[in-house]
Design a protein around this ligand. Structure first.
Ligand code: HEM
Length: 487
């Protein structure tokens, strides 16, 4: 009966992408990450063409694709449960806030949310500033030497700053080649993305027989052991009255997320070690690659748009002049144009291009369709943020000024950090970290496009960027640019 109702919903929504018996649209997601992302883009464009909705079947499971913020606002406010497909992400994070079922998520979010106060975030800027200084020093080795991938430098910057703010530990990813924690983490994300979109890998009994499962478990063990050790050391240091486990590494008298969580959950009688492990892992998983992708795409945009880069530099010069001083929390709100550049980058290249929900109670959408219990929803962030109805005919153009000129046509039209009660808790944290990294980089270097982007005779800004999907959306060419010192 439920299936009949879902089939009825499907029949009311147009989809211009071919489906096949049994597999549905699953064939679209075969192949690698580039192919997966192309398929998501195809579905997003189809929804834009159809006035806001499209749909697809992943084997026997049905999804409505939504790119209209008016409909999305209703869905994201009323349907808080993540779709079953996210259970594979729980294999790594357990019941941590981000992918937990609603009954576990609600109390966990209540504990986690107050740790993101402006005071705590301002304290973290000192860490972002110091770690981004390490980043620009590491970049000296590639300065003036032609094409290189900026990804490694930026992802190890975010890993270092997230670990220091979350755990109080400097993992030194920036100064270590092939840092095992970072490598394990990247591998886990790749394996999870591949499994989610391949219905034939969903059954545990089958997956457990495959080498991917062994690889995933080995990486997970490495990540969890590391976090577990830090938690145990932190508990011990709190017992003996120390406030900071890595006094050598952290120069500021501030509280890490781990300490804040121990306090906020009720101290010794609060979270168990497992709950703490899950919640700190949420911060690491949710905060590392996402911000690294944001910064890396912004670097690509600056390289492709030298006029925009010049405006950013001029704004920085107004605030810092010739001084080499580190960035402070008070500087960040003054960097308004840089803020617009980051937002425009996240609009065109959202690090999380889609999020999913499960409909548990029928929802009538403002556009007229009623989604029924059992439907999956693909909240298509990429498509929404390129929807000309809300962004105009130049929706595909990179134009940071749009964030300075007008207010949004709808509050959910920009939703790189999602929308509604289950939106991103690290929104402000991420903006502060990304702006600090970019400001530190542009004060020291001029970025330009790679030789590949300049080939074929077309202007670099017109050359499409090939993107790939492995939970996050990334540049398939690993964010290749060139760098020259400004001095
Ligand atoms: C550019 C950087 C970032 C982007 C684009 C981003 C985006 C997102 C998105 C799309 C979600 C899913 C929301 C949903 O399902 O509706 C999310 C959730 C979340 N993010 Fe972020 N995020 C970023 C950085 C961060 C950082 C730095 C942190 C922490 C320090 C963080 C913490 C979280 C948490 C805790 C959740 C789970 C919220 C919940 O389920 O209640 N994020 N983020």
């Amino acid at each position: 009966f439920q299936n009949r109702r879902i089939i009825e919903v499907a029949s009311k929504i147009k989809c211009g992408v071919k489906t096949y018996p049994l597999v549905g649209h699953a064939y679209l997601f075969m192949g690698g990450g580039v192919n997966r992302m192309e398929s998501f883009q195809r579905l997003g464009r189809d929804a834009i063409k159809n006035g806001g909705l499209s749909n697809f079947w992943l084997g026997g499971h049905y999804y409505t694709v939504v790119v209209d913020p008016v409909d999305l606002e209703v869905i994201l406010k009323t349907s808080l449960e993540k779709d079953d497909i996210m259970r594979f992400a729980r294999n790594l994070i357990g019941n941590g806030t981000i992918f937990a079922p609603v009954n576990i998520w609600r109390p966990r979010r209540k504990v986690l949310a107050p740790t993101f106060t402006p005071k705590n975030l301002n304290n973290f800027v000192n860490i972002f500033a110091r770690q981004s200084q390490v980043m620009v020093e590491q970049l000296q080795s590639v300065e003036g030497k032609g094409n290189f991938s900026v990804w490694k430098y930026i992802t190890s910057y975010t890993m270092d700053s997230v670990c220091e703010t979350a755990l109080g530990v400097n993992v030194n990813a920036q100064k270590t080649t092939d840092e095992p924690f970072l490598m394990a983490f990247e591998e886990c994300c790749k394996l999870m993305a591949a499994r989610m979109l391949a219905p034939w890998l969903h059954a545990d009994a089958v997956y457990k027989l495959l080498p991917q499962h062994t690889g995933f478990e080995a990486c997970k063990k490495l990540i969890c052991n590391f976090i577990d050790q830090v938690i145990k050391a932190k508990r011990k240091s709190i017992k003996i009255g120390e406030t900071n486990i890595t006094k050598k590494d952290t120069t500021h008298d501030m509280k890490t997320f781990l300490e804040l969580l121990i306090e906020a959950s009720g101290g010794d009688r609060g979270y168990s070690d497992l709950e703490l492990q899950e919640e700190t892992l949420v911060i690491v998983v949710a905060g590392t690659d996402t911000s690294a992708v944001g910064v890396s795409f912004a670097v690509m945009m600056l390289a492709r748009h030298p006029d925009v880069q010049e405006m950013v530099y001029r704004e920085l010069y107004e605030v810092f002049g010739d001084s080499d001083r580190l960035i402070t929390p008070e500087d960040l709100p003054r960097l308004k144009y840089l803020d617009a550049v980051v937002r425009e980058t996240l609009r065109l290249y959202p690090p999380v291009p889609v999020v999913v929900r499960k409909i548990e109670k029928d929802v009538q959408l403002p556009s007229g369709v009623t989604l029924v219990e059992g439907c999956g929803v693909l909240a298509h962030i990429w498509g929404t943020q390129r929807n000309p109805r809300y962004w105009g005919d130049d929706a595909e153009q990179f134009r940071p000024e749009r964030f300075l000129e007008t207010t949004l046509k709808h509050p959910a039209a920009f939703m790189a950090f999602s929308h509604g009660p289950r939106n991103c808790l690290g929104y402000q944290y991420a903006m502060m970290s990304m702006k600090t990294a970019l400001a530190t980089l542009v004060r020291r270097y001029r970025v330009s496009t790679s030789d590949m982007a300049r080939s074929n005779g077309c202007k670099p800004e017109d050359k499409p960027i090939t993107v790939t999907f492995d939970i996050m959306m990334k540049d398939a060419d690993r964010f290749t640019v060139q760098l020259n010192s400004r001095k």
